[in-house]
Design a protein. Structure first.
Length: 166
């Protein structure tokens, strides 16, 4: 098997995790954005997005190791990140219903119906994405995801084409 074929198999295997990678990037930059908007307030709530950003870095490292490794890597840190993100989103949904806490958590938003519905929409969307990612991680760990089937078929076709040339 030549280098090109090895790289093709490596990229095909790594494509199983594409939803998780893009979701992780989305949450990283959403939390970074929230952190930046919170900086002028200098409140204690500033630590919530900071902790989420910091925990995302461990998941990012896990994907870097996953790409550079040829063996399967358990996504424990990524699963922990998405579980934490889901819990934080659920708590923020509940806490933002209180006018006082809404001002503390989101001082850059107006405390009117538009600010509340906007942030609730974002938080609910984040919770749904986290749930999908957790389902995907469970499917990947059991090799029940669509990407694994495509990867297995691709790998099998590589073996067939390799034997055809002999």
């Amino acid at each position: 098997m030549n280098t090109r074929e090895k790289l093709a198999i490596k990229n095909m295997r790594f494509n199983r995790y594409i939803l998780l990678r893009y979701s992780l990037a989305l949450f990283f930059f959403a939390n970074l954005n929230w952190f930046i908007f919170m900086l002028p307030s200098r409140g204690i709530a500033l630590f919530v997005p900071a902790v989420l950003i910091f925990s995302a870095l461990f998941s990012i490292h896990e994907f870097i190791v996953l790409y550079s490794s040829s063996k399967e890597v358990s996504l424990n840190k990524t699963k922990l990140f998405f579980t934490g993100q889901l819990i934080v989103n659920a708590m923020l949904i509940l806490l933002s219903l209180s006018n006082r806490l809404f001002i503390v958590l989101f001082p850059f938003l107006n405390t009117n119906v538009y600010g509340l519905t906007g942030i609730l929409g974002i938080l609910i969307t984040g919770a749904v994405i986290s749930s999908f990612c957790l389902r995907k991680i469970n499917a990947i760990s059991k090799n029940k995801d669509r990407g694994y089937k495509l990867f297995a078929n691709f790998k099998q076709s590589m073996k067939v084409s390799e034997s055809y040339g002999k």
